[in-house]
Design a protein around this ligand. Structure first.
Ligand code: KG4
Ligand code: ZN
Length: 339
């Protein structure tokens, strides 16, 4: 009998639903929230309200596109955390209500583990090579930066992580200082293509082991801008592309250095990336070059599965379902959630 999962993602500012049957994606729908743009970042209360408006239509469209009726769904998987509490509450409440109304199991999913498992989403007519266990995954999102050893679908271990800001946060905060819209990552990525990556140098962290730090880079970027603007107030607009390219290059160098060290330390040469920053074209190119030189087998996720989406929640739910791991209706969402 086939297993059909409805996945729900609402941890930040995207309301998403997806249907996966036996590991194959049938539909995925995402409603973004433009309301945050004018504030230069996600406003939690507005995000929660927008999720409430979006959740029912998004699920309906996902089911219609998949041609799946409620009675055919085996379980509902949802993001329990980490994320914004008010946002998570909407997805969690919807998932509980749906599961209760249709008498199907509830499967809670860890958002970051789902980013990693996005590598295993199968699509009709799309040839893919999947990571072999164990593999090393660099998880780079708006809120997290981690190096994870993935031994199996449900067996993962963090071996390095940021001690302050996340890589996505570094992109977003520096972009904000440049007066660019939120989220800054994709805008910097685009601007960087026409800039000189070595025009400016920023301080790089000296953190031992496999941990990361990005707060010093943010400060160094801010000071450079302040000092150069003091002598030339057109500096920012004239050197925008160079600033973007140099910033992006520094972030990439920090990420790659630790990934290389992690690969050496663990002896793992199957390397993957996941999370919103995994969409960054510079990071993808740099990792591809590194992989060639170091004989790694590199797994880059499809761009649409890098940023937040429910397909990754549904695939994670599929593996949990198969393992018989379900959630009780008493559970609550968690802004912080143990990995
Ligand atoms: O995984 P994600 O969608 O949400 C979280 O779980 O945080 O990641 C969002 C982050 C944001 O910081 C955004 O700026 C960044 O991913 N991002 C990018 C790119 N696309 C999204 N950063 C750099 N280059 C991109 N192309
Ligand atoms: Zn995410």
């Amino acid at each position: 009998m086939s297993i059909t999962l409805l996945g729900i993602e609402s941890s930040c500012d995207d309301t998403s639903a997806a249907i996966i049957r036996d590991g194959v994606l049938l539909s995925t729908v995402i409603a973004g929230q433009d309301v945050h743009r004018q504030y230069g970042g996600v406003v939690p209360e507005l995000a929660s309200r927008a999720h409430q408006q979006n959740i029912v239509p998004v699920v309906k469209v996902a089911m219609d596109q998949a041609g799946v009726k409620s009675a055919e769904i085996s379980a509902v998987a949802f993001t329990r955390g980490p994320g914004l509490l008010g946002s998570l509450l909407v997805g969690t409440s919807f998932a509980k209500g749906f599961a209760l109304a249709t008498s199907i199991p509830l499967v809670e999913v860890h958002h970051l583990k789902a980013h990693i498992l996005a590598h295993f989403i199968r699509q009709e007519g799309v040839e893919m090579t999947y990571p072999q266990f164990p593999f090393l995954c660099l998880v780079v999102s708006g809120g997290h930066t981690q190096l994870v050893v993935v031994r199996d679908y449900l067996d993962m271990q963090i071996i390095g992580q940021t001690i302050d800001d996340a890589a996505g946060e570094a992109f977003d905060k520096c972009a904000k200082v440049l007066g660019l819209p939120y989220p800054g990552g994709p805008v910097i990525d685009k601007l960087a293509k026409t800039g000189d990556a070595h025009a400016f140098s920023f301080s790089k962290p000296q953190i031992p082991g496999l941990d990361f730090s990005f707060s010093g880079l943010k400060t160094s970027f801010l000071y450079l801008l302040r000092d150069r603007m003091a002598v030339d107030n057109r500096f920012k607009e004239e050197r925008l592309a160079d600033l973007a390219a140099s910033l992006q290059n520094t972030i990439i160098e920090i990420l790659i250095e630790k990934t290389v060290n992690a690969a050496k330390q663990t002896g793992i040469s199957q390397i993957a990336i996941a999370g919103g920053v995994a969409a960054n074209s510079g990071l993808r190119e740099a990792l591809t070059a590194e992989a060639r030189q170091r004989n790694w087998t590199l797994h880059l996720p499809q761009i649409r599965f890098t940023t937040d989406n429910a397909a990754m929640i549904a695939i994670a739910g599929y593996y949990l379902f198969q393992a018989g791991i379900f959630s009780s209706h008493d559970i609550e969402p968690m802004a912080r959630m143990e990995f």
